[in-house]
Design a protein around this ligand. Structure first.
Ligand SMILES: [Zn+2]
Length: 255
């Protein structure tokens, strides 16, 4: 389970996403634990939860579901997917940059990245992480987050279970479920998701793959950016990495 902050029910303002904010911690932990409960009662035997928001400082072993395992820290390019998980889920997920009605929409970094394209298609955390999981033949079976994030996963994995816990009227204007309603929805969706395992295909992007990253205005590329393997500088802020498959292009873009 990949967790984040911006897609949690009741989180709408930037200041609420401070990783140690007490209300964020409670709200996110409640949603994570609801998903864990759903997975376990649907038949999963192990649930690993990665604290994926801003430096892995939000979740705690004191309050995480007693039967879940907590993964803390940065994970490197493969996100530990080589361990061969049966499935991946997103909880608290936001949509990619530039999506209208996406609550605090961004692709990895709202200050650093304007736009990300994979083989010419805009993608953010949902698309790239689904493709990374797909490289290891692992399907994404559940996403909870705002409606825009749910639609983003639906577009690439229509079979996945989606729990839209709030609707973005604007970047910082939300219509949200209460925490108890959001948790109930997530629990039910997680049960269905794990029961559908095997019918949800991994999301695979076949190679060759090009990943293009356009930085924001103040983030000119370093002078030697074009020397990195597979890299091509397109303009002062935009670079494209090519690879024989998704993992190679992704690894080059993250080094
Ligand atoms: Zn994020």
């Amino acid at each position: 389970m990949i967790t984040d902050a911006e897609g949690v029910a009741g989180i709408c303002r930037q200041d609420q996403t401070e990783p140690k904010d007490p209300e964020l911690r409670q709200l996110l932990t409640g949603e994570v634990n609801a998903a864990v409960e759903g997975f376990l009662s649907g038949g999963a035997d192990e649930v690993v939860v990665w604290d994926g928001h801003d430096g892995s400082q939000t979740l705690s072993a004191l309050t995480i579901h007693p039967k879940a395992k907590l993964l803390i820290g940065s994970l490197g390019v493969t996100m530990t997917l080589e361990r061969g998980y049966a499935a991946v889920a997103f909880v608290g997920q936001h949509s990619m940059a530039n999506v209208r009605g996406g609550i605090m929409a961004h692709s990895y970094s709202s200050l650093g990245i304007q736009n990300m394209l994979v083989n010419g298609k805009p993608m953010g955390e949902i698309g790239t992480r689904a493709a990374l999981a797909g490289h290891f033949n692992t399907p994404v079976i559940l996403l909870s987050g705002d409606r825009a994030a749910a639609e983003e996963l639906r577009a690439i994995v229509p079979q996945a279970e989606l729990a839209a816990v709030k609707e973005g009227l604007g970047r910082h204007t939300c219509l949200s479920l209460s925490a108890p309603e959001a948790r109930a929805l997530i629990r039910e969706s997680a049960i269905r998701a794990v029961q559908k395992l095997g019918t949800i295909p991994p999301y695979r992007i076949e190679g060759p793959v090009a990943i293009q990253i356009e930085n924001t205005t103040r983030n000119s590329l370093p002078i030697d950016a074009g020397l990195k393997p597979g890299a091509e500088v397109l303009d002062d802020r935009t670079i494209r990495y090519k690879g024989k498959d998704f993992l190679e292009a992704w690894t080059r873009s993250r080094m």
